[in-house]
Design a protein. Structure first.
Length: 354
């Protein structure tokens, strides 16, 4: 364990030193400016991507267990410094197939808001630990507690196991909110990438439960808001950005195919996509945050359009110079850090007005 931690710290130092170099040198490291459709990739990220290609084999060439370990190490090299919290609760939520770990971050100036949060990772990789530093930063700058939830992953547990876990955790978290100093009436559901996919399904499930007048127990109140960070809401990968940004920007065509093959069967892709739900209804107030250089960028655009058509209040924000996964790159990219702070403040504003 110690050699691995030493290697991670060394990688962090190298990455941070490299990204603090003057912009002309960053451009040299990156091999020049990276421009797609007139949009310029952030120079720090362009250099990081060039350096990251030398850090080891690609995830999609590995078996899932090894890929999970490699991803944790890789993410740590770019991540933020550890932000201290006022309190951290290590909890266990009952899931449909066993207990689910939940880590709750309560910041020093907690306002009573809560975000029930699902990490990304394509339904195959990712963990609470891998998103630890992001969740701390998110809590610190939003003044909201963040309950970070782990769920079953493929290929060991395929679709819809992760959705079932997420839906089961939501009412449990509402019942526990007071324990964490939070107001159950000011709770959002959120997530990044595949976690945004799960958050969208939680909102849809809560809507359906709320509309079922036969229920007298097990009521599942709807979120006051949903926060979707570069969400994967189309498993068919049929949006134009899937080809426009297919290679070179961390999340690649090959990697998305690898994720999808381990998560669900092809026959389940369309029915398993929130994008294609015939009637979305009026959803909770929605904040969608997108990255410019992202193969699933158009997922967020199209989902925002569909939600607005139902009368849902949608705040759509795109950071055109960033890539998929930027929320865990704030230690190596100033623009990513600014985007996470903007996300946190927007979340705080939504829950204040809820």
């Amino acid at each position: 364990m110690r050699p691995m931690r030493t290697a991670v710290r060394l990688q962090q130092r190298v990455m941070r030193a490299a990204t603090r170099l003057p912009v002309p040198i960053l451009r040299t490291i990156a091999g020049g400016d990276v421009v797609v459709d007139g949009e310029l990739l952030d120079p720090q990220l362009a250099a990081v991507l060039r350096l990251a290609r030398r850090m080891g084999p690609r995830l999609e060439t590995m078996p899932p267990a090894r890929a999970r370990r490699a991803a944790e190490v890789g993410m740590a090299a770019f991540d933020a410094d550890l932000v201290p919290m006022a309190r951290i609760f290590e909890e266990t939520a009952p899931g449909p197939a066993g207990d689910l770990p939940v880590r709750v971050y309560v910041p020093k100036f907690a306002s009573g808001g809560l975000v029930v949060y699902f990490h990304g990772g394509g339904g195959v990789i990712g963990s609470i630990d891998g998103h630890d530093r992001f969740c701390r930063m998110y809590a610190e700058h939003s003044n909201c507690a963040v309950a970070s939830v782990h769920y079953r992953l493929g290929p060991e547990d395929r679709h819809p196991a992760a959705i079932d876990d997420a839906v089961a955790v939501w009412p449990w978290a509402l019942l526990r909110a007071h324990r964490w100093g939070c107001d159950p009436a000011r709770v959002a559901v959120g997530g990044d990438s595949f976690g945004g996919y799960l958050a969208a399904w939680v909102e849809l499930a809560a809507r359906d439960r709320a509309h079922d007048g036969r229920l007298r127990s097990g009521i599942m109140p709807r979120p006051r808001a949903q926060v979707l960070i570069y969400p994967l809401v189309d498993l068919t990968m049929s949006q134009p950005s899937a080809e426009r940004y297919a290679d070179g920007f961390l999340l690649t065509r090959d990697l998305t195919r690898w994720f999808r093959s381990h998560y669900a069967d092809e026959a389940q892709w369309r029915a398993g996509s929130p994008m294609f739900i015939p009637d979305l209804g009026t959803a909770a107030t929605t904040l969608i945050v997108a990255a410019g250089f992202d193969p699933i960028r158009d997922d967020g655009v199209r989902y925002a359009e569909r939600l607005r058509a139902t009368g849902t209040a949608v705040d759509y924000r795109v950071h055109t110079s960033l890539i998929h996964g930027f929320i865990t790159m704030t230690g190596a990219c100033d623009a990513a850090r600014a985007a996470v702070i903007d996300l946190a403040r927007a979340t705080a504003a939504v829950l204040r007005s809820a």
